[in-house]
Design a protein around this ligand. Structure first.
Ligand SMILES: Nc1ncnc2c1ncn2[C@@H]1O[C@H](COP(=O)(O)OP(=O)(O)O)[C@@H](O)[C@H]1O
Ligand code: SF4
Ligand SMILES: [Mg+2]
Length: 332
């Protein structure tokens, strides 16, 4: 089988505290194949952004990173900034939640896309750059690109701005696009349109996508495989279909139960009780134990290792005996 495009092994990201370092991301394995869409899900604070900022080499200096991050065979963990700069924007790109902060308010969007194209292709003529920029606006489904080219960010709606940000991210045909909560700031119909753009980029340009989100509905519609992160560790990973049909980890089942369905009325919408532990307060044993309706004494004493189940992996002491559905998570 072909080697994965992105192959993360044992990734640990530690943050210094007064009394020593704490691992915000612990021993995470995650891989992405060429042209694949991989979901990275979990509540706020689970370590999604830190993991992917580590891939981009964009973490602040005081944060330490260990493990291995191989991108197309190239080791990125501990790589010199020169190597990262050659990859960032050219082969790996990242899109963030807020499209406004990613755009320069005093430059036309055409100029901003052109700048990105020129950065990696200094020899292209002005006409070639413009043509390519217009093609990118089309790729992200911006209507009337010729007219839009000379407009400023404030003349665009939030959803249109996010499309521009994506156009800039894919300006140099990256192999991998990391989208960190790309639609959290947008309303539901716009969210769906942005998701369609990712699907198109994969289909037409073969771009692999890591989709970071706390919204499992988005993952269901777009991703091939998903990774569930809890308190900095992989709780469960597997192909989207089987994980949705039969989650093995109580946390996954809880997240799935929180996805609104047609017969859910708003006031009954399920929420996993409690909140994820703060970095300084992670409990011994299974980090989910204080919130888990299935915990037994072993869970509080020892940390469950990731074990293979079917096509996926799960870190839960009781994964083999529990038969979870989203309903049982609600009832637990
Ligand atoms: N620069 C930082 N300094 C201290 N703590 C941080 C920093 N960045 C993230 N953290 C902590 O690390 C944990 C994981 O953060 P993050 O990766 O941003 O989570 P997510 O993206 O899943 O919401 C959180 O507990 C967060 O508070
Ligand atoms: S190990 Fe125990 S506490 Fe953790 S998810 Fe499994 S059953 Fe729940
Ligand atoms: Mg985040």
């Amino acid at each position: 089988m072909e080697a994965p495009l992105l192959d993360i092994k044992g990734l640990t990201v530690s943050i210094p505290f007064r009394d020593g370092e704490r691992a915000a991301v612990s021993n995470v394995d995650l891989s992405v194949r060429r042209g694949e869409v991989v979901g990275l899900v979990g509540e706020s604070g689970s370590g999604k952004s830190l993991s992917m900022l580590a891939v981009m080499g964009l973490l602040p200096r005081h944060v330490s990173v260990s493990g291995s991050i191989r991108f197309d065979g190239i080791e990125l963990c501990g790589a010199p900034e020169r190597r990262m700069r050659a990859l960032r924007g050219r082969r790996i790109a990242m899109v963030f939640q807020d499209p406004m902060t990613a755009l320069n308010p005093v430059k036309t969007i055409g100029a901003q896309i052109a700048e990105m194209i020129r950065l990696h292709n200094p020899r292209l003529s002005g006409a070639e750059v413009r043509e390519r920029a217009l093609g990118l606006l089309e790729a992200v489904a911006i209507p009337a690109p010729e007219r839009r080219f000379d407009q400023y960010p404030h003349e665009f709606s939030g959803g249109m701005r996010q499309r521009v940000v994506i156009a800039i991210a894919i300006a140099n045909d990256p192999d991998l696009l990391i989208a960190d909560e790309p639609t959290t700031a947008l309303d539901v119909t716009i969210q769906a349109q942005i998701m369609e753009i990712f699907a198109r980029l994969r289909e037409e340009r073969g771009i692999a996508v890591v989709l970071i989100t706390h919204d499992l509905g988005l993952v269901a519609g777009l991703a091939d495989r998903m990774n569930v992160l809890y308190a900095g560790r992989i709780a469960e990973r597997g192909p989207v279909g089987p994980v949705f049909a039969a989650p093995r980890h109580p946390y996954t089942a809880g997240l799935l139960a929180a996805v609104p369905s047609i017969d859910d009325v708003a006031d009954r919408l399920y929420a996993i009780p409690g909140a994820p532990p703060a970095l300084q307060n992670r409990p011994p044993g299974c980090a989910f134990a204080p919130r888990c309706g299935f915990s037994v004494p072993l869970c509080h004493a020892s940390e469950p290792a990731l074990a293979r189940f079917g096509e996926g992996v799960v870190a839960c002491h009781r994964a083999a005996e529990l038969s979870l559905s989203t309903l049982s998570a609600k009832e637990a």
